[in-house]
Design a protein around this ligand. Structure first.
Ligand SMILES: C=C(OP(=O)(O)O)C(=O)O
Ligand SMILES: [Mg+2]
Length: 419
């Protein structure tokens, strides 16, 4: 099953940022059948400093030119049933660890489409192609209900994301429904404290009221309690503090609240939030170089998901460093942060070596593609973080429901137990 032709186009993310989409035609040499596969790169806003370079110098047009000159001629003829060969070729033609010549967007879109084509060529779903015939574990959906920080253009709370996650849902449909129901009901509660709120949502479909972080968590706690009791599902609360966006080199600046916190004060503040709101999930509580504070928080709350996103950037070396220091109990996996599925696989297996949980995640500027749902199942992730509302978010959640239905009685939804 060889790549016959490969081309690239500019398309847009849900935030209106330009990104790239790669398309392949593949020929079955035995039968002469032709199939077409497509994939696109998502784009982040609160990017980690150690991520691969999104576009090479010169922007999207330089990325397109690099694909046409360097990538397309080299991947034509490769067999898509071995997509790691395509990933290996991307490493070879670029030759830099951060994909500085072709850009991470071209790299990940090409890696994704090679896997999509491989699955299609063998006539199996992408999750089974990636995870094998026994891949049947479904991740729990983690979604943001209220948003602030960069994703809300700093008009909402200082913390970037206020999240919910069903911990013991009976099936994937109930899990998604739980989050949707919480998201809908929260509006009424927001209007009680922010009477001027007009119902605005941010890049990821989370409500963006002008309220404090503590008020946001109080509202979530009340609504999650109510929905959890009705559905008989235990619901955990979480935050993504995206602390690198708050860090000014000396202190964490909470602009809307008019507060600055030293690293020590940040540790105490986060610990207080974990205790007061029984948070099960805390992402990026410190800036991306502070492995030590991560380790201190993890030591205090070993039974919670203390998770690195900008800290690890899906990079096996950084995950190893964090694993050795016991800096986290979970790792955000964003394949576009590292550039290929082959590297993503290495990141996941390194995280597993240190007993960390896997949270496969979207980007704030995402596309209509469903690929991420398959990647999460294929990698055996415990959690998928992909928002709750909005086309580019629901498309992944709806696909998860379809995968659950396809697996039928063999599907096994993850469970997180409070210790
Ligand atoms: C999804 C996130 O944001 P972005 O895609 O903007 O990096 C995040 O920080 O987890
Ligand atoms: Mg994050």
């Amino acid at each position: 099953m060889q790549i016959q032709d490969a081309w690239i186009r500019k398309i847009f993310t849900g935030r209106g940022d330009v990104t790239v989409e790669v398309e392949l035609t593949v020929e079955d040499v035995a039968t002469g059948d032709i199939l077409v596969a497509r994939a696109a790169a998502p784009a982040g806003a609160s990017r980690g400093a150690h991520e691969v370079l999104y576009f090479p110098e010169g922007g999207v047009d330089a990325a397109m030119a690099a694909f046409e000159k360097l990538v397309a001629p080299e991947i034509v003829g490769l067999d898509v049933t071995e997509p790691y060969t395509v990933d290996g070729k991307l490493e070879e033609v670029d030759g830099t660890p951060r994909f500085e010549r072709i850009g991470g967007a071209v790299a990940i879109a090409t890696s994704f489409v090679a896997a999509e084509a491989g699955a299609a060529a063998l006539g199996v779903p992408l999750y089974a192609f990636l995870g094998g015939a026994y891949a049947r574990k479904l991740p729990l959906p983690l979604g943001n209900v209220i948003g602030g920080g960069k994703h809300s253009r700093r008009l909402g709370p200082d913390i970037q994301e206020f999240l919910v996650i069903p911990l013991n849902p009976p099936d994937v449909y109930t899990a998604v429904y739980t989050n949707v129901e919480i998201h809908k009901r929260v509006l009424k509660h927001i209007l009680k404290v922010d009477t001027t709120f007009t119902g605005g949502k941010n890049d990821e479909g989370a409500w963006t009221p002008r309220i404090s972080s503590v008020t946001a968590l109080r509202i979530l706690k009340e609504v999650a309690g109510e929905v959890g009791r009705e559905l008989g599902v235990e619901i955990g609360l979480g935050v993504d503090m995206a602390s690198s966006s708050l860090w000014n080199g000396e202190k964490y600046v909470y602009k809307n609240e008019g507060v600055e916190r030293s690293p020590r004060e940040q540790l105490d503040f986060v610990s207080k939030l974990v205790e007061e709101f029984d948070l099960v999930y805390v992402e990026d509580p410190f800036h991306e170089e502070d492995f030590q504070s991560f380790a201190e928080l993890t030591e205090r709350f070993k039974d919670r998901l203390i998770v690195g996103d900008d800290l690890f950037v899906t990079n096996p070396e950084r995950i190893k460093q964090g694993g050795k220091m016991k800096a986290a109990t979970g790792v955000i996996i964003k394949p576009d942060q590292i550039g290929t599925l082959l590297r993503t696989h290495q990141a996941v297996s390194t995280a597993r070596d240190f007993g960390m949980r896997i949270i496969v995640s979207h980007r704030s500027g995402d596309t209509e593609y469903r690929t991420l749902a398959h990647i999460a199942v294929g990698l055996g992730a415990e959690v998928i973080k992909t928002g709750i509302m909005g086309g580019e978010r629901t498309t992944k959640l709806n696909e998860l429901i379809r995968i659950g239905e396809y697996l039928g009685k063999w599907a096994k939804i993850s469970q997180i137990r409070r210790l």
